[in-house]
Write a protein of this length. Structure first.
Length: 377
């Protein structure tokens, strides 16, 4: 039997105190009932709730409505007023009373909620349950368990609110993993880094499959690819060579009258003709060009402007070219690219994974037409 954690401050929480008793009882039931999962998202038919919680069906429906649609601007109202407003939504004569003091949430009218319920699939999402049940920090095993568990709810309407709400928390857990314990074994640390790197990639792919970004801010930047790192190193070497040549030329020549001398340590930049560079890369794809261009169009359509900057397109083409050379199988590469385009996932890590999966299924190679493969249907 699974055990659930209930903080003793549950009934002292100002957000819980403003709830009517049926709503607070239902919220407690949703946390501790035998069907619940520590992630806070699980299957729960409404028919089970009155039998197990001892609440009437009418109270359950009203409580669900309250827990799903509480507003931050009214969170400080007293219990009687909150319940009365919910019970008399269609009564035009009933006037909602103003709170006695200013809400701690100010004048923010953004909806605040305790739960989300997908009635078409009987899936419930209890918002703060994951954070409380894991004590404010998840282990790698718990993150893996949550990721495996939520894959069964990908078609539910509650999956996106779940991912959006817990994004910062999951990021925090990954940052905590980076803190090295004193006296740890280097081999174990190296194995742990690789394991967490793979787990982070899987989480990021799952977010992108639902149209969300995961590591996309300055605090949580997207990790650069191997190609981008090599490009940065080459750029740094070129800049060092330019500075060195500039210093040497300054020692052998002096500026003419009226001519300003350029400092030796001044950074010299050159404009890149991306149009020419893009055309050169495209020539290398040969028969795969139409599929590659379809991928570029799919990536561009993700933007509001439906276009891509030439520098971004250049970078994508370089990465696709690198993936193709690494795998060395044009038919498998095309098959994987078509599958990614069909799913509309603009993530090269997912493309690499798809290509590996195809090679495993086919035993390392594909012979024949790519259109005969079930993977592209």
């Amino acid at each position: 039997m699974a055990y659930k954690t209930i903080n003793d401050s549950f009934y002292f929480d100002p957000e819980v105190k403003c709830l009517p008793k049926p709503a607070s009882d239902l919220l407690l039931y949703l946390i501790i009932n035998p069907h619940s999962h520590f992630s806070g998202i699980y299957y729960l038919p409404l028919a089970n709730v009155p039998v197990e919680s001892k609440l009437s069906a009418d109270d359950v429906n009203k409580a669900l409505d309250i827990l799903s649609r509480v507003k931050k601007s009214t969170i400080e109202q007293n219990q009687e007023d909150t319940y009365r407003v919910s019970d008399n939504q269609n009564n035009s004569k009933q006037q909602k009373q103003k709170p006695d003091r200013v809400s701690v949430f100010g004048n923010n009218d953004k909806h605040h909620f305790f739960i989300r319920y997908d009635s078409s699939r009987s899936i419930v999402f209890v918002k703060s349950m994951l954070r409380h049940q894991t004590g404010g920090r998840m282990s790698e095993r718990q993150i893996r368990s949550v990721l495996t568990h939520i894959t069964q709810f990908t078609k539910s309407s509650v999956i996106v609110p779940f991912l959006e709400y817990h994004k910062e928390y999951i990021r925090h857990c990954f940052l905590e993993f980076e803190k090295l314990p004193a006296g740890a074994d280097e081999k174990k640390l190296a194995a742990g880094v690789n394991r967490r790197k793979n787990l982070k990639a899987e989480v990021e792919i799952f977010y992108q499959q639902h149209g969300l970004s995961f590591f996309c801010s300055k605090k949580y930047p997207i990790q650069p690819s191997r190609h981008e790192e090599e490009e940065e190193e080459a750029s740094a070497e070129e800049e060092a060579d330019i500075v060195s040549e500039s210093e040497n030329s300054d020692t052998h020549s002096s500026p003419s009258h009226g001519e300003e001398k350029t400092p030796a340590n001044k950074r010299v930049s050159y404009a890149v003709d991306y149009a020419v560079a893009i055309d050169d890369i495209k020539l290398g794809f040969n028969g795969l060009l139409s599929t590659v261009e379809a991928y570029i169009v799919m990536v561009a359509n993700k933007n509001k402007t439906k276009t891509l900057a030439q520098s971004r397109e250049h970078g994508i083409l370089l990465e696709l070219s690198e993936i193709r050379k690494d795998k060395g199988n044009d038919v498998a590469f095309k098959s994987a690219l078509l599958k990614v385009i069909n799913k509309e996932i603009d993530n090269t890590n997912y493309l690499r994974k798809t290509l590996e999966d195809i090679k495993e299924i086919t035993g390392g190679g594909i012979n024949g037409s790519v259109w005969d493969s079930p993977l592209t249907n």
